[in-house]
Structure formats: structure tokens, C-alpha cells
Design a protein around this ligand. Structure first.
Ligand code: F0G
Length: 450
């Protein structure tokens, strides 16, 4: 491992350890907090380890036309800012990253914001943003000689981990809450050959069980407490900045679950600013579901000093998390960039998801919280009409097809959840009709007479 270039720094007490010496649960022995990867050479202004901003921009663009396998990855294309491997030949890649940035014409018009975009991380190889972090952390596991990797998951991490482990010829263990993850995600873990344990608890309970397992067996933990995950998950920040010709947007809006992604993206923007690639940071706002909103509560009650876990409930199962591991990092990301943390209701999530679907951009319910949150930020006057806004869509619509079908069948939301929004919801619903096998019947359906 390239310990000359990187080290791990505890987010809580600042203790530094070399990468290979972190505990199996990636908690600091001194204070129990989480680590971040740090690159000491970058701080030395003239040092030969400090990357040159102009040269990097040129190199990264050139790689888009390269025929080398590693350059086809939208993560490893930025490898100068990922010096975590001794040998980049150990990288395990499925050509992740390089995801599309879509303009949202209808939502733009409805909200009066011209420059409104969606960065669709659901367009990654396993259908979620987790691939960007899995390629980096699993590559570290492989380089360090591990045979087994494991994660607790609300579904997407397990799908990504299983795929990358299969690619690397490694074994993977998935611990998921029974009955509380979308079928598409469970199917992926099985398809990619993971040992899959459905446990009769919630996500937070799965984390507790697995933390003990990795301490007792030689298994490499790939939850987002693993700081190398966040290194990959910072790279969409580079892609966003590159897409705007290195002028960062005013706002980046991300869903909040275990709260690693918001902090990873903030790290990406912070590092770009430190290295002179961009001039400022976007305001990063984190949106949670009302029934799984421990960070919203923490910021309101103690300005992010303490967090009270909650028992989480939301049909956006990906973010059904009551005791998020990376809450301190996320609180810092919001506070340092001047963003906000809000929660949105089940009906607001369902409406926003249907609206994104109607733009031709399906996504998971957990991703749709971003549009629902933007509506609130706009109404509060925190996002202005001239601002450039990027929503981070984290998962593909096919991950949770049941949710979409239940919405359109009218069985997703209870009456009390719909209160005041019935008309809006009815306007978005599409019924799959059963019609006779005749051209007349189909034409009648087209004319709205079916
Ligand atoms: N969106 C989707 C689709 C997710 O799968 C997750 C997290 C999030 C948002 C929240 O990101 O945890 O970094 O705040 N899913 C994890 C999993 C927990 O196990 O797949 P976060």
C-alpha cells in the first residue's frame, strides 16, 4: 500500500494511522470516530506530490479518448486524486462513473430555475452510486490480499459489492434486513454469487451484527465506514465540475441515509478547491425522509453536536436508517458549504419520483427526495431562480419496480399520507389497462376512451 502518499486521519480526534493499521471496523482506537483518507503531499505548495491543476484538467479530458481499460472508468480516470493503491493494476473496475448529467426542462419550468440538472448515478453498472465507492474500496481489499469482503446494506451496497467481488474472483457476505429491501437489489446480490443473510432486524441491527463478525473473522468490511469507499464516491464531484467547465454549481442536493455520500462529495469539492481546480464549493444540502430523519433532528436540536438515533420508517427503503454512521461528516459538509438539511413526506417523495419519471428519468424513491427537497428550498427562498442546481439521483428506477407500480395502482400511499395532495397524485398516476386484443380497443385507449 502506498502509505507515503496517503494516511488515515480520525475525523473526531485527528489521530493518524497508516492505511494498513486501521481496525477491522474502521473506528479510531482513541475516540471511536471514523477516518478520512488524507494526502499529506498535497499541502506542500511546491512539493512534487502536489498535483498541478491545469495539467490534470488536460490529462483527464484526454483519457476520455483513451483505449486503456482504466481510463474507461469515470472513477480511475481521476486516479491522480486517488493515490490509494500501490499498483493501479490491482484496480477492479466495471467501467463505473462517467454518468450522464441531464437538464430537467419540466421541473426547471415548474420551479422557475433555468439551470436545473440531474446527475444520474443510477446509470452505473449495478444501477446505483455505490459502484463508484466499491471500485476503490474493493480494489484496496484485493491489493491487501483479502479473500472475503462483507457489508450490511439496505440493498444497493450489497448489489455493488457482490458484483465487484465476483469480478475480482473474491467471496462476499451480504447482511440485509429481512423483508425491508427492494427485491431487485436482493436479486442482484444472489445473481453475483454473494453469501446472502437476511436477518430479522433493521439496517442498524445488521450493522451491529456485522461489526462483530468482521472483528472475529478475516473479512474486509465494505460499509461506508470504510474510508476508501468515500474516495471513489468523491469522484462525481470531479465529473460535475468538469461538466460545468470547472465552474461549480451553486447547489448540490443529495439524499441522506447512512450519510456517507454527502460527505464524500464535499471532500471531492474541498480537495479540488485546495488544489486550485475550482474556485469555490457548492452549497450541499441533504434531504431525508420524514420517518428516517435523525440528521434533521440533530441539526435542529444541537446544531449537529449530538445525534439521537430514531427507529426508521419510510418506503424509500434505501434510506431507511435511524442511526447513520457518518452523521458528523455530513453535518460538517452542510455547515462548511452553507447548505441545508430537510425532510420530506412519503407523498412528497412519491410525487417527485413520478415527476422525474415523466421527464424520462426514472429513479429510486430514495433519489427522488432531492427534487422534493428542492421544492421546499425554493419555497423557502434558499434557492433562487438564477442559481445552478444539481440533484444527485442515486439509484435506477428498476431497483424498486414494486414501488412504482404500487404508486400507479394507487396502493402506495394511505389516505392520511395523501391529505391535500390527492389531485396532484391523481394527475401523475398512469393505469396499465387491460384491453381487448383488437386495434379498436387499443386506439380507444389512446383516445382516452378505454
Ligand atoms: N440513495 C440510495 C439509492 C441508496 O442506496 C443510499 C444508501 C442512499 C441514497 C443514501 O446514501 O447512505 O451515503 O447517505 N444506501 C446504503 C446501502 C445504505 O446499503 O445500499 P448515504
Amino acid at each position: 500500500m502506498n502509505d507515503n502518499l496517503h494516511q488515515l486521519r480520525c475525523f473526531g480526534c485527528g489521530t493518524r494511522v497508516v492505511g494498513t493499521e486501521a481496525r477491522p471496523d474502521f473506528r479510531c482506537s482513541a475516540c471511536g470516530d471514523l477516518f478520512e483518507v488524507e494526502y499529506p503531499g498535497w499541502g506542500q505548495r511546491q512539493g512534487h506530490d502536489r498535483p498541478n491543476a491545469g495539467a490534470l484538467k488536460w490529462l483527464w479530458r484526454e483519457r476520455r479518448c483513451s483505449s486503456e481499460a482504466l481510463d474507461h472508468s469515470g472513477v480511475w480516470r481521476f486516479r491522480e486524486l486517488l493515490p490509494i493503491l500501490e499498483n493501479f493494476g490491482n484496480a477492479v473496475t466495471l467501467c463505473e462513473g462517467n454518468t450522464p448529467l441531464y437538464h430537467l426542462p419540466r421541473a426547471s419550468k415548474a420551479l422557475g430555475i433555468d439551470q436545473l440538472f440531474a446527475k444520474h448515478q443510477g446509470m452505473n453498472p449495478t444501477g446505483s452510486f455505490k459502484d463508484t465507492g466499491m471500485t476503490t474500496a474493493l480494489s484496496v481489499a484485493r491489493e491487501r490480499g483479502f479473500e472475503w469482503v462483507a457489508c450490511a446494506s439496505t440493498g444497493n451496497t450489497s448489489a455493488a459489492m457482490a458484483a465487484y467481488a465476483a469480478r475480482a474472483g473474491m467471496r462476499s457476505l451480504v447482511v440485509i434486513p429481512e423483508g425491508k429491501i427492494a427485491w431487485g437489489k436482493l436479486a442482484q446480490a444472489m445473481d453475483y454469487g454473494a453469501v446472502t443473510c437476511q436477518v430479522n432486524t433493521d439496517f442498524d441491527g445488521c450493522v451491529r451484527v456485522l461489526t462483530t463478525v468482521v472483528k472475529e473473522a478475516n473479512i474486509y468490511l465494505l460499509n461506508s465506514v470504510n474510508p476508501y469507499r468515500l474516495e471513489g464516491q468523491k469522484t462525481p464531484a470531479f465529473e460535475i465540475a468538469e461538466a460545468f467547465d470547472w465552474n461549480v454549481p451553486d447547489h448540490l442536493i443529495v439524499p441522506g441515509g447512512n450519510l456517507a455520500n454527502s460527505s464524500a462529495l464535499a471532500k471531492g469539492f474541498r480537495e479540488m478547491k485546495e488544489l486550485g481546480l475550482v474556485a469555490r464549493l457548492p452549497k450541499i444540502s441533504v434531504i431525508q425522509a420524514e420517518g428516517a430523519n435523525p440528521l434533521v433532528r440533530s441539526l435542529a436540536a444541537s446544531n449537529g453536536a449530538t445525534l439521537e438515533p430514531v427507529v426508521a420508517h419510510t418506503r424509500a427503503t434505501a434510506i431507511r436508517i435511524g442511526n447513520p454512521a457518518s452523521w458528523r461528516k455530513a453535518a460538517r459538509a452542510i455547515q462548511e458549504t452553507g447548505g441545508w438539511c430537510l425532510d420530506v413526506s412519503e407523498a412528497e417523495i412519491a410525487i417527485a419520483k413520478a415527476e422525474l419519471g415523466a421527464e424520462g428519468l426514472g429513479c429510486e424513491p430514495a433519489s427522488a427526495v432531492t427534487l422534493a427537497g428542492l421544492k421546499k428550498l425554493r419555497a423557502q427562498g434558499n434557492v433562487r431562480s438564477g442559481d445552478t442546481v444539481v440533484l444527485l439521483l442515486t439509484g435506477h428506477t428498476l431497483k424498486d419496480a414494486d414501488y412504482t407500480i404500487d404508486f400507479h395502482r394507487g396502493t402506495l400511499l394511505k389516505d392520511e399520507e395523501k391529505a391535500g395532495l390527492e389531485e396532484k397524485i391523481e394527475g401523475l398516476r398512469r393505469n396499465a389497462q387491460v384491453v381487448d386484443a383488437t386495434p379498436e380497443a387499443v386506439l380507444a385507449a389512446v383516445k382516452g376512451k378505454g
